[in-house]
Design a protein around this ligand. Structure first.
Ligand code: ADP
Length: 582
């Protein structure tokens, strides 16, 4: 073995690098550092010859054969003629300015033999001028790294990345299959042993309360008994042991676990106790959360773990952290969904119950009201035909209004009953061929007493029958409801036009008023059960919000529909459309 090259004095006394030298405290250590440096290091005299005073092994290996010994020779002589001017110029600049000169990807001809210019190569060069006691630059220290070497490093990294990508494809595929945590970590640590490659791997979880780390169950290559023994390795947040530095200070360890006695409770000692010989161990983090340590143990390669293995592990651990986070997020989303679904189920149950209650109420109320109403109706009939003693002159004129009000109550009760039937799916249509004109006339006639002086009720029907197949009482309920609404919602009066016609294979009854109208945003709500629109215009107008709901549903049962066109403040047109009878 060759003796370490001597470093000349100027380097030891005063130089731009002296702070580093003093920091190291030991000039021999500095020499050792220079010698073991993979970069070429060469020290030249600052004189015009640029004589080489010192060079390290890496530079010596680079120098062309036949030019040895290198020390004592002018540096430019090692290079092809064509490169020498540029080399001299760069040194001159460093000597003149006393400042470091960095030269990226400088080209030079790598020489194969004396005098012959070889292939073109590139290197990164840094010149550090060193000053003597008089402040004059006496030497220049140069570091060189061949650029092709950088490319080789990149190629190695690319290869390592490919290893990671290939391996991770597998990891991801396996991980998605596994539900429980032990299986998850089992797959993950097995995947790491394949990737790095190693005989064993483990994820260690940090327990902040106990200030310890313990390997997760399922770690690859360890027996359950070994994992038990590894549990509870001390890891206090202020500690200086390996475990603490990995967990809290992102230390990456690639070394032999060794045979020394050490602290029996330390990470290394614990591993040694279960027969581990070497490791790469690094922090296991998810974002800012420090979860613990990831370690691979016992390289299966004779040369042990390499630097690439550390890169591969780093990438795999980053990916594993992402998978872990994803898994946690999935679990959280699933839990959230389950909670939302439960709330929704509860709401649906509540609202179903409420709907049922409303239906029950409608049934009950309408049945209960029917009896007393029949009695009142009986009395009014008797008053009308004089069976119930002669009515006074004051009562006589109001009898038609009483009857109209009675009819209104009747309609209301019928609406309630029909709605309850519709909701219970108990509604049966009694279909027959009928003339829609008659339905219109009847409805208008029954409502005339309610029209009052301010309204003009106009009916428009064609000369020929408008024949549909329908349930007479239900169709009449629809038309009555539309006309009644037209009167109710035009409190200032005006014309209410009810027109019936057949068009395009269909029949239509359109009820147009000049009332308060409906805003576009409210139109969908009109047709819902109990859907009423509260505006200053509708205050004081009584109603249940059942009429249009029922009308549309009944029309649809007939294969038709009820629609609305309206302009707030100008009036509305509600149209019942039905298929014509064939
Ligand atoms: P209601 O018993 O409240 O009249 P409806 O189902 O018949 O119930 O009508 C629902 C809502 O539609 C009413 O509360 C009212 O706001 C609106 N509406 C119905 N017809 C008209 C109309 N011709 N003009 C303006 N608004 C109307």
């Amino acid at each position: 073995m060759q003796a370490a090259p001597q470093v000349p004095d100027p380097l030891r006394i005063s130089s731009a690098l002296s702070p580093a030298l003093f920091a190291l405290g030991d000039p021999d250590r500095f020499v050792e550092l220079l010698n073991s440096n993979p970069a070429g290091v060469v020290l030249v005299d600052a004189g015009p010859e640029l004589t080489i005073v010192y060079c390290n092994d890496a530079f010596r290996r680079w120098a062309p054969p036949g030019r040895r010994p290198v020390v004592g020779r002018p540096l430019p002589e090692l290079f092809a003629w064509s490169d020498r001017a540029a080399i001299r110029a760069s040194y001159r600049e460093a000597v003149r300015t006393g400042q470091p000169v960095h030269w990226r990807s400088a080209s030079y001809h790598a020489r194969s033999g004396a005098g012959s210019a070889g292939r073109l190569a590139h290197w990164n060069v840094s010149h550090y001028p060193l000053s003597g006691p008089a402040g004059r630059v006496t030497h220049v220290l140069t570091f060189t790294v061949d650029v092709p070497d950088e490319a080789a490093v990149r190629a190695r990294m690319r290869k390592a990345q490919q290893r990671v990508l290939d391996g991770l494809g597998d990891v991801a595929r396996h991980l998605s299959d596994h539900g429980d945590l032990t299986a998850f970590f089992g797959e993950l640590s097995r995947a790491l042993t394949d990737l790095v490659p190693a005989a064993r791997a483990a994820f260690w979880l940090h327990d902040p309360a106990a200030e310890t780390i313990s390997p997760q169950a399922g770690a690859a290559g360890f027996t359950a008994e070994q994992l038990d023994r590894l549990c509870g390795v001390p890891c206090p947040s202020g500690g200086q042991g390996v475990a603490e530095r990995i967990v809290f200070h992102d230390l990456v360890v690639r070394d032999h676990v060794g045979v020394g006695a050490g602290d029996a409770t330390s990470y290394r000692a614990a591993l040694r106790a279960v027969g581990v010989t070497d490791t790469i161990s690094m922090p296991w983090r998810v974002g800012d959360r420090r979860l613990g340590v990831v370690g691979v143990y016992d390289s299966t390669r004779p040369a042990g773990f390499s630097e690439e293995d550390a890169w591969v592990l780093q990438a795999a651990v980053t990916a594993a952290a992402l998978v872990w986070e994803h898994r946690q997020a999935d679990a959280a989303v699933a839990e959230l969904r389950e909670r939302e679904a439960a709330t929704l189920r509860q709401r649906i149950e509540q609202s179903t119950k409420l709907e049922q209650l409303k239906t029950d109420f409608l049934k009950l109320a309408s049945h209960e009201l029917r009896g007393p109403l029949a009695v009142v109706r009986g009395y009014i009939s008797m008053m009308e035909d004089g069976t119930l003693a002669p009515v006074g002159e004051h009562v006589g004129p109001v009898l038609p209004l009483l009857r109209a009000k009675l009819d209104e109550m009747d309609r209301l009760i019928n609406e309630m009953l029909e709605t309850a039937r519709l909701d219970d799916s108990a509604l049966q249509l009694q279909l027959a061929r009928l003339d829609l004109r008659e339905v219109v006339h009847e409805a208008v006639r029954s409502l005339e007493p309610l029209a009052g002086a301010r309204h003009r009720l106009v009916t428009e029907t064609p000369g020929a029958p408008v024949e549909v197949r329908g349930d007479h009482s239900r169709l009449s309920m629809i038309v009555t409801n539309l006309v009644h609404n037209a009167l109710k919602y035009s409190p200032a009066g005006g014309e209410v036009r009810v027109s019936c016609r057949s068009a395009d294979g269909g029949a239509e009854v359109a009820v147009t008023d000049e009332g308060i109208g409906i805003a576009a945003a409210d139109r969908d709500r009109l047709f819902t059960r109990f859907g009423r629109i509260a505006t200053p215009d509708t205050v004081g107008i009584a109603g249940t919000g059942l009429g249009l709901y029922l009308s549309r549903n009944l029309a649809r049962r007939h294969g038709g529909d009820v629609d609305v066109e309206s302009e707030p403040g100008r009036g509305s047109t509600f149209t019942l459309s039905l298929p014509l009878a064939r």
